[in-house]
Design a protein around this ligand. Structure first.
Ligand SMILES: [Fe+2]
Ligand SMILES: [Fe+2]
Length: 477
């Protein structure tokens, strides 16, 4: 089927489904078709460890328009139609920020920005297969078929996001781009010799509680990176990120709703047994949930980089990467003579210093991210207050457990108190998952594969996928 409903024609039956008219560029098509078996080999080796051939009720993009982009059916993952999809072009789009503001966006890569753009694409692209690798063991212990399906959906879409970045590398960066595309499959999460580029993507996602917090907090970092690249003057990158953001929304939903369901199950067990300690009853205590939140939030904050950054400033001035919602902001979009404060940790106290907004772009994006993170926390807190628990989840202080930027090598408690190393050592198990907490969570991870049944530590979802009931056979086992 070829669809011409939108201005971009989708060739869904091609070896590589795409809406970029791949067949008109034989060289590119051949290059991508020779990368395809390497991708499949990687997926087989480092993709989901179990249920890899079972039919899964998956969403596949077959069009980028309003209706066609989400098509649901049972598919065996090796047959998933990973494709290259760019959002529809915006006619007469102009550059919205930086030194080229007001000029036409670029359809090709300007020579002076070639290596910076390649770097941005490689760093983003590298996170996509990394998360699939981090999550590969989770299918063995899925708390329900519904959850297993959601995991696989996230996994195949991260695979597609890799395709999205690899297309850009092949199409616009010649031999260097092809080498970078190969290297995406050679670096592996946690590999000692050849790890993934960003630290947070080298840790295994060891259990489902971590998976939900990862998709809530770390996929949300992805949302903010993609949203700022959607502003890019390099139009193909902008259109690619625009479409990826649609898929990313589902990943964050998996996290937000997953955590919400764990919270409701905990509250249910608390009420039933009239206790705050639900561990003997197979639940997860609220304080343990707060510790997982602290960990995943703080690790994700590091992904935004140092408070001030020359690279980020150059990317902005060049028009390569903008701010979140750049066009909605009412300022000069140059930021060289506008100022703001960034946190500054010195002499064991937390202060701030004034810098140009241009220098502080990482911090600005991190703040936008924090505002977004708070929304889910507020939602979980509503269920806590309905039950009169007297407990509230909180995002920890921005200096807590940080490894990047001004707080690195300092110890700050979740409420923002500066601590000595000894004080930190003494209390850190109150704030971050302890070995006991992790062991308890691990002990609950038992796969449940009967349709409609849930593991005991998590409540069922309020509704199924694509109007199917919760007890639908989301994965045929
Ligand atoms: Fe992604
Ligand atoms: Fe994602």
């Amino acid at each position: 089927m070829t669809s011409a409903r939108t201005s971009v024609t989708v060739d869904i039956d091609a070896k590589i489904p795409n809406n970029v008219d791949l067949k008109s560029d034989r060289r590119l098509q051949r290059a991508l078709e020779s990368w395809q078996p390497k991708f499949i080999r990687w997926w087989e080796e480092l993709g989901p460890a179990a249920f890899k051939e079972n039919p899964v009720f998956l969403r596949t993009a077959i069009d980028v328009g309003q209706k066609g982009w989400a098509n649901f059916d049972h598919v065996s993952m090796p047959d998933y139609r990973w494709g290259v999809f760019l959002a529809e072009p915006e006619p007469d789009r102009k550059i919205a920020f930086g030194e080229h503001k007001g000029q036409d966006v670029w359809q090709e890569v300007p020579g002076e920005y070639r290596s910076d753009l390649r770097r941005l694409i490689v760093v983003q692209g590298d996170t996509e297969p990394a998360s699939v690798e981090q999550q590969r063991q989770l299918s063995l212990t899925a708390p329900s078929l519904y959850d297993m399906r959601n995991l696989f959906q996230v996994n195949v879409e991260e695979g597609r996001h890799l395709w999205a970045m690899v297309y850009l590398l092949h199409r616009y960066f010649g031999k260097d781009g092809r080498d970078e595309a190969d290297a995406m499959l050679e670096r592996h999460s946690g590999d000692e010799d050849n790890p993934r580029i960003l630290g947070a993507f080298n840790e295994e996602t060891p259990d489902w509680l971590s998976f939900f917090f990862f998709t809530y907090f770390t996929d949300r970092d992805g949302k903010f990176q993609l949203a700022s690249m959607r502003e890019s003057a390099f139009d193909p990158l902008s259109r690619t990120c625009d479409f990826m953001l649609k898929e990313e929304a589902h990943h964050m939903f998996v996290g937000a709703s997953g955590i919400g369901r764990v919270v409701s199950r905990t509250l249910e067990l608390m009420a039933k047994h009239d206790t705050r300690d639900v561990h003997p009853y197979g639940g997860i205590n609220l304080d343990v949930l707060q510790k997982y939140l602290n960990f995943h939030y703080s690790v994700s904050l590091d992904l935004f980089g140092a408070e001030t950054s020359t690279n980020a400033a150059n990317y902005y001035s060049g028009g390569l990467k903008g701010r979140f919602h750049e066009e909605r902001r009412d300022d000069d979009h140059l930021l060289k003579t506008l100022y703001r404060n960034v946190p500054d940790m010195s002499d064991a106290s937390i202060g701030s210093r004034e810098v140009t907004q241009l220098a502080a772009l990482n911090e600005t994006l991190r703040e936008d991210y924090t505002v977004d993170c708070q929304k889910g926390v507020d939602r979980w807190n509503r269920s806590l207050s309905e039950m009169d628990t007297g407990v509230e989840f909180r995002l920890p202080h921005i200096g807590f457990n940080r490894d990047v930027g001004t707080f690195r090598d300092h110890h700050v408690s979740p409420d923002g108190t500066v601590l000595t190393a000894a004080e930190w050592e003494e209390s850190k198990d109150l704030w971050l998952p302890s070995d006991d907490d992790k062991a308890h969570v691990k002990s609950l991870m038992v796969g449940v594969t009967e349709p409609g049944k849930m593991a005991g530590w998590i409540a069922p979802p309020t509704s199924g996928i694509n109007l199917k009931p919760v007890e639908f056979e989301y994965v045929r086992v």
